[in-house]
Design a protein around this ligand. Sequence first.
Ligand SMILES: C[S@@+](CC[C@H](N)C(=O)[O-])C[C@H]1O[C@@H](n2cnc3c(N)ncnc32)[C@H](O)[C@@H]1O
Length: 238
Amino acid sequence: MLVTSRHVTEYRAFLCLTDADLTARRLLDCSAGASGFAAAVNAAGGSVTAVDPAYGDLAALRAAVAASSSGADALIDAHSDAFTWDWYGSPAARQALRDEARAAFLADLAASPGTYVPGALPDLPLPDDAFDLAITSHLLFTWADVVVDTPGGSVPLDEAWHHAALLELLRVAPEVRVFPLVRQGDGAAVPFLPRLLDDLRAEGHGAELRRVAYEFQRGADRMLVLRRHAGINDTPVT
Ligand SMILES: C[S@@+](CC[C@H](N)C(=O)[O-])C[C@H]1O[C@@H](n2cnc3c(N)ncnc32)[C@H](O)[C@@H]1O
């Protein structure tokens, strides 16, 4: 799995984040990667923590960030029919955003090291309710059913893992937003997503699929919004 670097403009679009979200809420970016988002929130004077297992080895992280540029494009090239360039305009425009995000992250990592906390779902090293909003981009659902290597051994990112990860995010924040909801590469649907949302609703949490003003993988134009103990909130997609 690559340590990718998305720009705050991308996060704002696919997670429906407003100016007030960035400056007035305590934010957690989990599976943050080379988080151009956290760098931008810090630059705007907001409150943000970024968590990723990759922050445990900063030398390896810097090498992984450098490698992520070409690696991500290879995945897109292998599934070119599964992507639309309407939002970005062109590969060059997307690359420019990534380059800017990567540079902002590396500068902020040096300037604000306390923002970047090593940790991994589904057990975050964070207290209950430390945040108002937790966001997670391009880990959950993206890598569904892939087996990943961790310091503790190989872990399948299966339905049980996703359930535990979402409950963990709801432990540290009353609102959680997740994008995208399809698998990497071909953008296939995640078979267990409907059942997982039913289970979370049965546990008393709000679970809403909300359409967003962003699409890159074709059909990946919805985010998941969870609200802790908000009751059943089966809002139809608009
Ligand atoms: C494809 S990158 C996405 C990075 C960033 N959110 C973005 O959108 O560009 C996936 C990230 O998830 C991190 N990751 C892997 N396993 C994780 C876990 N169990 N908990 C949190 N993050 C994890 C990886 O280190 C990697 O940085």
